[in-house]
Design a protein around this ligand. Structure first.
Ligand SMILES: O=C(CO)[C@@H](O)[C@H](O)COP(=O)(O)O
Ligand SMILES: [Fe+2]
Length: 223
């Protein structure tokens, strides 16, 4: 069985100490860093852009995965690729040209991911899975950290896993939203392989290392 990867989302980090927070996550065994880019249109929140990816590239060796919650993401793919993104994730709800966007990402030499909102039919994956390096199932409505995991995600995840096994076994399945030591083992059981975790990793209750360890322990013996 492939290793279950954990991708801390810096959305919940202390932005005044972003470099330190990311270094701490790397030292504690995080597998990637998840960067949530929001434009105030696709989602009702504004976050960060290309310059943050550029800055992070200088402080960590971990793969940077950039979750683009912006309309017409194709306008910024090249800029994020140049800034050092390793994986670019777009939403089909945000562009009339999801297939073209995926092709563009691959032409830029970057890994390509597609993310779908909780109400988006999984049929998007039926057609695009053969092109993808990663399939991201949103387990909350995108826009904010710290939201509650949507239970209806579990049967969707099982269906996505079966689709992935049939259409493109090399594609990794990721979940994003409400992942903590209680939900992590359940999503892994349902088929997730990469877990994004924001507020359960970066919070004042314990150190980043302690929080990451708690997530890992919740997965034993699964990952
Ligand atoms: O894409 C998003 C939110 O839209 C996420 O990546 C969040 O940042 C996850 O935060 P938690 O639910 O883990 O607190
Ligand atoms: Fe995200």
């Amino acid at each position: 069985m492939m290793k279950i990867e954990i991708a801390p989302s810096i959305l919940s980090a202390d932005f005044a100490r972003l470099g330190e927070e990311v270094r701490e996550a790397e030292a504690a065994g995080a597998d990637r860093i998840h960067v949530d880019v929001m434009d105030g249109r696709f989602v009702p929140n504004l976050t960060m852009g290309v310059v943050v990816v550029e800055a992070l590239r200088r402080v960590t060796r971990l793969p940077l995965e950039v979750h683009l919650m912006i309309v017409e993401p194709e306008r910024f793919l090249e800029a994020f690729a140049r800034a050092g993104a390793d994986l670019l994730i777009v939403h089909p709800e945000a562009t009339p040209h999801a297939h073209r966007a995926i092709q563009q990402i691959k032409e830029l030499g970057v890994r390509a991911g597609l993310a779908v909102n909780p109400a988006t039919p999984l049929a998007w994956f039926e057609d695009l899975l053969p092109e993808l390096d990663q399939a991201l199932l949103m387990t909350v409505n995108p826009g904010f950290g710290g939201q509650r995991f949507l239970e209806q995600s579990l049967p969707r995840l099982e269906r996505l896993r079966a689709m992935r096994d049939r259409l493109n076994p090399a594609c990794r399945i990721e979940v994003d939203g409400g992942i903590n030591p209680e939900t992590a083992p359940r999503v892994v059981q349902a088929g997730a392989e990469v877990l994004v975790a924001g507020s359960s990793v970066f919070n004042a209750r314990a150190s980043v290392a302690e929080n990451l360890n708690a997530l890992r322990r919740s997965l034993a013996p699964q990952g």
